[in-house]
Design a protein around this ligand. Structure first.
Ligand code: ADP
Length: 328
């Protein structure tokens, strides 16, 4: 019954005609059992708290029928702002159409009491951000593996004219095999034509990962290439152990981005040796001219992935979240 019924975009969505009928606060936990509205719909029991985002709270949910576990994203139907509702609608519309081994699988969305529940693939190993906080620099084999998986997901999205627009370490979740799952489509957009690109001039993304053309209103829009910039930022961070444009204030981050002002660690300072090939690859992604940035296919064909010691681990242990793996 987890058949992938076409997601009915009107069924489960919050409607602004609905009264904010609840006196419950945002932080209230959901009921212990939630069920899909239609006859014979599935029932889920809500389990452990997973995390909290901008407007959603995530819990583990297990399907009553067979105990299979999912991540349940819970969003109050009465959203404080119209803008948020629209964003959520776009998120569901885009995410529900995606199916790829390195993208968080969307199963379904339904309304129950005064919330919308989104049933997603569970990623039990946190995010790359959690791992980065613990470990800082990752080993070169790990960086290669995560980059290849990320590029496969980005290639899939771009082929379907989707720009994720919020790629960052916190949105790269890790499944039980430590494979990357790109999640959080809250800022994703379909960009089909130049005209679409021109309309896309809203400031979105997370300061540290934002592409320069998004900041420059006079540029008149942005394309899928904003994601390649973010891939460059993520790759830099995994290699260097810090974000390339990190600053105390947002304005200063933006200034550094627009001046392409980032500095690699001195070899003596970082625990990791960073080969020239890796720096060259990051440099190509962090190009101020968006058309000159490589495509996902160009990235994985870069010499960084083909070096003499360029091994790529087929499997990683979840202990890698906390400790550098000991390679044989
Ligand atoms: P928002 O869109 O409001 O930012 P997120 O989608 O980022 O919400 O989810 C909020 C938090 O829930 C995440 O930071 C993470 O801790 C957790 N989470 C989200 N999706 C999953 C998932 N598929 N598996 C496990 N935890 C998840």
């Amino acid at each position: 019954a987890m058949d992938r019924k076409a997601f009915d975009k009107n069924a489960a969505l919050p409607s602004n005609k609905q009264k904010p009928a609840t006196s419950k606060s945002y932080a209230d936990p959901p009921p212990s059992i939630v069920s899909e509205p239609e006859d014979g719909g599935e029932r889920y029991s809500i389990g452990a708290f997973l995390g909290k985002g901008g407007f959603a709270v995530c819990y583990e949910g297990s399907l009553a029928r067979n105990g299979r576990v999912y991540a349940m994203k819970v969003v109050k139907s009465a959203m404080p702002q119209k803008k948020m509702e629209e964003k959520f609608r776009t998120e569901l519309q885009i995410h529900s159409k995606m199916r790829h081994p390195f993208i968080v699988q969307f199963y379904r969305a339904f309304a129950f009491e005064s919330s919308t529940y989104v049933v997603l693939e569970l990623c039990p190993n946190g995010s790359v951000m959690d791992m980065f906080r613990k470990r800082r620099c990752l080993s070169l084999p790990e960086v290669r593996r995560y980059m290849i998986q990320l590029c496969a997901a980005v290639k899939y999205l771009h082929k379907r004219f989707v720009a994720h627009r919020d790629l960052k370490m916190g949105n790269l979740f890790l499944d039980h095999n430590m494979n990357i799952k790109v999640g959080d489509f809250g800022l994703a957009a379909m960009i089909l034509s130049d005209k679409d690109a021109k309309r896309r001039n809203t400031l979105c993304g997370t300061p540290n990962y934002i592409a320069p053309e998004v900041l420059d209103k006079s540029k008149g829009g942005h394309t899928q290439k904003v994601d390649i910039w973010s891939v460059g930022v993520i790759c830099f961070a995994m290699l260097a152990g810090y974000l390339p444009f990190q600053s105390k204030t947002q304005d200063e981050v933006y200034r550094k981005v627009q001046n392409l002002n980032y500095v690699w660690p001195k070899e003596s300072e970082s625990g990791n040796y960073i080969p020239e090939e890796a720096k060259d690859l990051v440099g190509r992604c962090l190009n101020l001219v968006d058309e000159e940035r490589p495509d996902p296919d160009d990235i994985v064909e870069h010499p960084f992935f083909n070096m003499y010691d360029g091994c790529i681990p087929r499997q990683l242990d979840p202990s890698c979240r906390f400790n550098k793996p000991l390679w044989l």
